[in-house]
Design a protein around this ligand. Structure first.
Ligand code: FDA
Length: 307
């Protein structure tokens, strides 16, 4: 019951101000956010890679309100590419982007987001890595998929995310499970109405498995974004049945969540990528992590009280 309330709070400016100023917030946020600056996150990238893992880096931010902010988002990613170039990690360090941060919700936003994200995808390709377009709320997805298709004409390795909780996703998966397409499947983290999304967690899990099967049996590149031990075991079995080798799919988990599992899967020979978020505009990302596991909220409240 708490999850939807926290997700509603994630859209509130008043709550944003309250949470950002609360004592103890920084300590809890640092579990999920790898740093506020690029200088803080680069050593974490190095450490993660040294453990045999890979990363996808996310500069946090969404729901911007001006074209200048969208340009600043593009520049933040271009600066990240400059740092990754020095590390010379190729596809071991890729990037995830939210198109809302590139201006998608502004007037003329579809074109603006495409114009802002293209140079980032280009710069990533020039250093031998890729970009994956995150999935946000359902109203943004037609535009996201159209931008994905457009970018893939020149950069076929550009990935996208699909969300198992949405009714539309099984059809999206059938369309995307081809032609080397890199597709991350996740359960879905936004507050969605019953008209477009399953509300029952068991229904979401069942849809996840059906979609996984489609992706595994297709000829794209599935990226399994989940910490759920049952779904991970099912993914391994479906990959085996589809005759996929270990380098023909990968697992992805979030920084700060089930770190032991990151290492276990990598030790088994799996490609394991850690979604590593950093930056100062962490509020929306942080609140979605609280909503996924309400026990995190108790921990957060306790840290405020004991400060
Ligand atoms: P589930 O929520 O059932 O969790 C399984 C177990 O994992 C829990 O029992 C708990 O142990 C642990 N766990 C999960 N979340 C936790 C948390 N916040 N804190 C502590 N423990 C936690 N969503 C989206 O809508 N668009 C996107 O683009 C992405 N991108 C993305 C990338 C990657 C790499 C991942 C792993 C996830 C996303 N997500 C996402 C988020 C996704 O939709 C989903 O909300 C979370 O992954 C939680 O779902 P699980 O599959 O982990 O299962």
């Amino acid at each position: 019951m708490l999850g939807p309330v926290i997700l509603a709070a994630s859209r509130s400016d008043r709550m944003r101000r309250f949470v950002s100023a609360a004592p103890g917030t920084k300590q809890v946020v640092s579990r999920f956010i790898a740093g506020e600056t690029i200088e803080q996150v680069i050593p974490i990238v190095r450490e993660t890679i040294a453990k045999g893992l890979e990363v996808t880096l996310d500069v946090v931010g969404e729901d911007i309100t001006t074209a200048e902010q969208a340009t600043a988002a593009r520049d933040a990613y271009l600066e990240l590419v400059d740092h990754l170039k020095v590390l010379d990690l190729g596809p071991k360090a890729e990037m995830s982007v939210k198109l809302s941060m590139f201006g998608q919700a502004l007037e003329g936003g579809h074109e603006l987001a495409l114009a802002n994200v293209r140079p980032v995808v280009e710069a990533a390709a020039a250093i031998g890595t890729t970009v994956t377009l995150d999935a946000e709320d359902h109203t943004t997805l037609d535009s996201m998929f159209a931008i994905h298709e457009e970018l893939r004409k020149d950069f076929p390795q550009t990935g996208c995310v699909i969300q198992a909780y949405l009714f539309r996703t099984e059809e999206d998966a059938r369309r995307l499970a081809s032609n080397g397409s890199r597709v991350r499947i996740v359960k879905g983290a936004y507050k969605e109405p019953a008209s477009v999304a399953y509300q029952d967690r068991r229904e979401v899990d069942k849809a996840y498995v059906r979609i996984l099967k489609t992706l595994m049996e297709g000829d794209g590149y599935p990226m399994i974004g989940s910490h759920d031990p049952r779904l991970i075991a099912i993914s391994q079995e479906l990959a085996r049945r589809a005759g996929r080798k270990l380098d023909e799919y990968e697992f992805q988990m979030l920084y700060g969540i089930r770190g032991d599992e990151h290492l276990r899967l990598a030790a088994e020979g799996h490609r394991m990528r850690v979604y590593t978020a950093y930056g100062t505009d962490w509020y929306g990302y942080f609140m979605r992590r609280l909503a996924e596991k309400p026990a995190n909220l108790l921990f957060f409240v306790r840290s405020m009280i004991t400060k």
